[in-house]
Every structure is written in C-alpha cells, then in structure tokens.
Design a protein around this ligand. Structure first.
Ligand SMILES: C[S@@+](CC[C@H](N)C(=O)[O-])C[C@H]1O[C@@H](n2cnc3c(N)ncnc32)[C@H](O)[C@@H]1O
Length: 384
C-alpha cells in the first residue's frame, strides 16, 4: 500500500497535544505549523488516526503535489489525476480549500476550478459526472495552494473530527470537543483522582474527560467518515480497529466525575449529551452555583470555563464571579489542581491567586489561556 504524507489540521494552540497523540499512536512527526502536524502513512493508517485522535480536526491524505501559477493551470493538473482510482462516478463530492494566491480573491473560485476538473475527468471517462456540493458527508477533496505550490488531499475525515456525534444539544457558548480534549490533556488528568467541572454548560469538558479516563476512542460514536466513501476503504480493517478500540476501553474510572451548572437547561443538555456519548452513568450532574459544587476528598483536577464577556455575560458582573472562583478555590478545593479556561485576561486577574502556568489556546479567533492554580492547603493570595 502506498505511503504518503498525512497532514492533520487542528485549531491554533493545539499542535503540542496533537503531536504527542500522533507519536503515542506510533506515527512519526515530520513537521508542524501553528495549526497542523504532518506525519506519514498509508490510507489504512488514516483510519487509525481518525478513530483515536482526540485533538485533530481533519486527517488529510496527500495524493498529488504540483506547481500552478493560475486557475487554468490548477484545472489542468487536477484533471490529470486518475480520480476514478480514488472514488466512484456516482459518489457525492465536496471540494474544500486553503488558498493564498494572487489570482484567487475568493477561495470558492479555486474550489470550483478543482471540482470542475474532477467531474470533467469522470465525464471524459464514463460520460457521467459525480454530484457535488457543500456537504461533507461523502467524498471530500482538499486543495492547499500557496504561491505556486499546490497539494491535493483526500480528506479522510469528511466532517471534522470535532463533530464526535454526541453533542446534539449545544447550550450557550459550548467549547469545541477537540479544544476540550486538548485542555484535558494539558491538565495531565488521565482518570487518576476526581474531575470536577462547575459551570459545565453542555458538558463537553466532563464528557471528554470521561472518554479520556476510560481510554475510549473518540471516533467510536461516528460511522460516517470521508474514507468510508473511497475505493481503497478497507472495511474489515475498520471493523477490526473498532473492535480493538472497544476492547481497550475501560469500564470505570477510579476518580469521580462531577459536572454542575447554575442553569437547569444546561444540566439537561449536558445529561442528554452524556447519554448520547454513553457516559452518563459515570458523571454526577447537579444544578447549583459553582460555589456549591461538591468537591470530593483526595484531590484531582477542577476546571471551570466561565463566561468571559465576549459571547455572553457582562464584564462588570463577571468580575464578581471571577473573584468568587478565587474564594471557592481557596476555601473548598485544597489538594486539587484548579484550572480556569478564559479569553478575558483582565477578568482572570480578579481570581486573586498565583497562577502556576498560563497555557495558550484559541477558542475560534479568541486568544485564551488555561490558567493553572496549585491549590495547596491554605493557598496564599498573590499576583496572578
Ligand atoms: C462558557 S459556558 C460553559 C461552556 C461549556 N464549557 C461547554 O462546553 O458547553 C459558561 C457556563 O457557566 C454557567 N454559569 C454562569 N454563571 C454561573 C454561576 N454563578 N454558577 C454556576 N454556573 C454558572 C452558565 O450557565 C454557562 O452554562
């Protein structure tokens, strides 16, 4: 089977965690950018990556590299690819792209050129063009074009891997699943000690933590991936991999997982999402203000993703909330590593505790920090 470059995209801030995941799955890391990590492998390897990666968004399998100076040259080169070797004429095709080229004002034009070349190739060969459109639930081809360098990939994920399939009810300002997973990996929590998540919203952090604690593959809930529509799809390997993932997963976690929110609708959404993910029996849900969250003895990780005034909540009111989080940490959370994920650094200062680490992340375009507080017995006040 042919080995090729495999580019795995992710949001900014995530490559350090994605790299670690790729290495621990036994793949090399060839290079990384601010929002991707490149490895190599076969199309079969892409199945494993799609199933097990928690922090990657799209697993892109390189099929051709060439130079193009204009949209017409792009068309010519894409037309030359033997597309019928990769998928069937009656497939549904979507073309996506990442383009930075002086001749392209709108990347949709590059997508169109690329799509035309592919369907025209099929027409020439079979007298029939595949259907095409914006949905990513069939074959997805990705074009990367910078200066004169073009790379054509099969997007083996189709829908991004952040869409795990369990979050049917998003509630307010939900974290993307991949970002939640990366923040959990950054805390180092692996099921040891409790995982406490006040202000849980739709439950993303608690659900992702449960999957990390169980060592459950995040891709098990999904059945539709880009690779399932390709000619080279090795169905029996896929079934074997899913079986391996199921048998590797633990049934229980030593520590407790607690998720609370002041809003009953949030807890309702979180519980339903956890049910869809098949982890609801492992999470204790409760409607309460964050300060009344039960905090089990023996320590662990306690993480909050409070509103930070960008998408919800007023900054002035939130100052009191952040100050209250500092008090809650001091009074009730000794023996824990406390974390706050926020995009508002001024509000973070109101917590009034010394940060151990400030880990950079991005939530969409918003620069965020995962702030770590070591909550020893009698944590002292200090500069944040
Ligand atoms: C940014 S959202 C959390 C999103 C969550 N990480 C997710 O992925 O869905 C903040 C949450 O804090 C909750 N909240 C706000 N003030 C609170 C308080 N004083 N006590 C408890 N929860 C509160 C809101 O109801 C909201 O669900």
């Amino acid at each position: 089977m042919i080995k090729s470059a495999i580019l795995i995209t992710c949001p900014k801030g995530i490559p350090p965690y994605l790299k670690q995941e790729i290495l621990s799955l036994g793949f090399p890391v060839l290079f990384e950018t601010a929002s991707s990590v490149e490895t190599e492998g076969t199309l079969d390897d892409a199945l494993r990556l799609n199933l097990f990666l928690r922090t990657g968004h799209r697993v892109l399998f390189l099929i051709r590299e060439f130079e193009a100076e204009s949209p017409d040259e792009l068309y010519e080169q894409v037309f030359r690819i033997e597309w019928q070797d990769y998928f069937h004429k009656d497939s549904y095709l979507c073309v996506t792209s990442s383009v930075d080229h002086p001749t392209i004002k709108d990347s949709r034009f590059a997508n169109l050129k690329c799509k035309d070349a592919i369907v025209d190739r099929f027409y020439k060969k079979f007298g029939q063009r595949p259907d095409s459109g914006p949905k990513r639930d069939g074959v997805v081809v990705h074009l990367y074009w910078r200066d004169i360098r073009c790379r054509i990939f099969l997007d083996t994920s189709g829908e991004p891997l952040s869409k795990r399939g369990y979050r049917k009810i998003p509630h307010e300002a939900p974290m993307q699943e991949t970002l939640a997973a990366a923040t959990i990996l950054a805390t180092g929590w692996e099921g040891n000690g409790s995982f406490v998540n006040p202000m849980c919203g739709s439950g993303t952090l608690a659900i992702e933590a449960t999957m990390v604690g169980l060592q459950r593959a995040p891709g098990l809930l999904r059945t539709n991936y880009g690779f399932t529509h390709l000619k080279g799809f090795n169905k029996s390997l896929w079934e074997e991999l899913r079986k391996e993932a199921r048998s590797r997963a633990k049934k229980s976690i030593d520590g407790k997982i607690i998720a609370t929110d002041i809003n009953p609708k949030a807890i309702d959404a979180a519980r339903k999402n956890a049910m869809t993910a098949g982890v609801d029996s492992l999470i204790e849900f409760q409607v309460c203000p964050f300060s009344e969250t039960p905090v089990p003895e023996k320590g662990g990780v306690l993480i909050l993703n409070p509103p930070y005034g960008a998408r919800m909540g007023e900054v002035r009111e939130l100052e009191e909330t952040y100050k209250g989080i500092g008090d809650f940490f001091k009074k009730k959370c000794q023996g824990y590593r406390g974390y706050i994920f926020t995009g508002n650094f001024a509000l973070a200062k109101k917590v009034g505790l010394r940060t151990q680490r400030k880990i950079p992340f991005y939530n969409g375009d918003i620069e965020c920090r995962l702030l770590e507080y070591e909550l020893y017995e009698g944590s002292r006040k200090g500069t944040p």
